[in-house]
Design a protein around this ligand. Structure first.
Ligand code: F0G
Length: 380
């Protein structure tokens, strides 16, 4: 039986194929990732009382619950079409969940290196049930990353961390979607920064849609011109990029690598980011800034998004909105601005942290109408 004919979104490679380095004949490994909602946060902005539009790009709506799927469809498509038998990554959790899913889809093996005891349980569950071989180390993400970079020379595995250029190519499509949805570029874009792949990818995407020079160049097989130069501008401006880090895991704010990063936002517990130069380019060229938030501020932002906007994201994701709201309050952002902020991963990945910070617990009531009625009237 052939494919049905109705419209079915089938992933970001199909949607943005002419802007991605994918060979015509490649078999695409996709889970219909991308096309995530851009949600206007009017409740939060109403409370702040500025004439500013703030939108959240909710990447938790990707198939494995984080933005990593954008890069992984590209990296695994490339690896599988090159005939790789196995992929490998170091991860604070989300990359491992995504790598496991796309490897399963491609019918190849995934090896994932994680810091023991320092990844959210939901992410571990995803990697395990999707058949990845999970290698936990007594060390942090940065130690795992070093091993992954060394192992590729001595074992038949393809790296799918964001040092793999196909990852950033996939992730840049989030910027395209934002501009396609708004009909213009935002004035500011806020996002969390860990290994710094995503900030680099967003900047590449924004620049490409404005037809400025891309951060990275790629050539399709057999073509001598970098493919990204071929396009007419879609918009005429790029946003200021605002990157936020956790207070004790903030190498970009310190302007130097950190040996023992620590934060409750385990996804961004990273001290030696791989995309250091690309991220500084995004900062310098966009006229942007890096800043850090305490764990307390991160959790406050997570709760605020959940309570006021019904958006449940993981702590690392909330840092983008927490950071930009603080900068709005500090007067760093002009009235009339349009801001987008990436919520990188779903809150369900880390229910433990969420439950621990809830001020209420479930009320035990008797199983009858009277008790429930009393509970309603007491709590209206
Ligand atoms: N937000 C979430 C939820 C993440 O999982 C990550 C990175 C980031 C933000 C930071 O993005 O590294 O591109 O600067 N997680 C990686 C992982 C490191 O292994 O899942 P970045």
């Amino acid at each position: 039986m052939g494919d049905l004919e109705g419209f079915r979104y089938s992933g970001l490679i199909e949607r943005y194929r002419d802007r991605l380095p994918v060979d015509k004949d490649s078999k695409i490994i996709s889970l219909s990732e991308g096309d995530t909602p851009l949600i206007r946060l009017d409740n939060l902005m109403g409370e702040i009382g500025h004439d500013i539009q703030l939108y959240a790009k909710f990447e938790g709506a990707n198939p494995t619950g984080s933005f990593k799927d954008r890069g992984m469809t590209m990296a695994v498509t490339q690896a599988a079409n090159e005939g790789a038998q196995a992929i490998i990554c170091a991860s604070t959790g989300n990359t491992s969940a995504s790598a496991a899913a796309y490897a399963a889809r491609a019918g190849i093996k995934a090896f994932v290196i994680i810091p023991e005891g320092k990844i959210a349980l939901g992410k571990l569950a995803q990697a395990m049930i999707q058949g990845a071989i999970v290698l936990q180390i007594e060390g942090n993400f940065d130690d795992g990353m070093q091993i992954v970079k060394d192992i590729a020379d001595v074992a038949p595995v393809k790296i799918v961390n964001s040092v793999n250029p196909y990852r950033l190519q996939g992730q840049k499509t989030a910027s395209f979607e934002i501009i396609d949805a708004l009909g213009r570029a935002p004035d500011y874009h806020a996002l969390p920064v860990g290994n710094a792949g995503n900030i680099s990818a967003y900047w590449a995407g924004f620049c490409e849609y404005a037809a400025k020079q891309p951060v990275q160049e790629y050539r399709r097989a057999g073509e001598s011109e970098p493919f990204a130069y071929k396009f007419a501008p879609v918009v005429d401006s790029v946003p200021v990029i605002c990157g936020y880090q956790a207070e004790l895991a903030n190498p970009f704010v310190q302007r130097e690598m950190i040996v023992e990063p620590e934060t409750i936002a385990t996804a961004i517990r990273i001290g030696r980011p791989q995309s250091w130069e690309f991220a500084w380019a995004a900062h310098d060229e966009s006229g942007g800034w890096f800043d850090s938030l305490s764990d307390h501020e991160i959790l406050q932002a997570q709760a605020l998004l959940a309570e006021r906007e019904g958006l449940f994201c993981e702590p690392a994701s909330a840092i983008s909105v927490g950071g930009i709201l603080r900068d709005i309050r500090r007067g760093k952002i002009a009235d009339g601005s349009v801001i987008t902020a990436t919520l990188t991963g779903h809150g369900l990945k880390d229910p433990d942290t969420a439950i621990q910070q809830c001020k209420t617990s479930p009320l035990s009531v008797s199983a009858n109408v009277d008790s429930v009625k009393r509970a309603i009237l007491d709590n209206l």
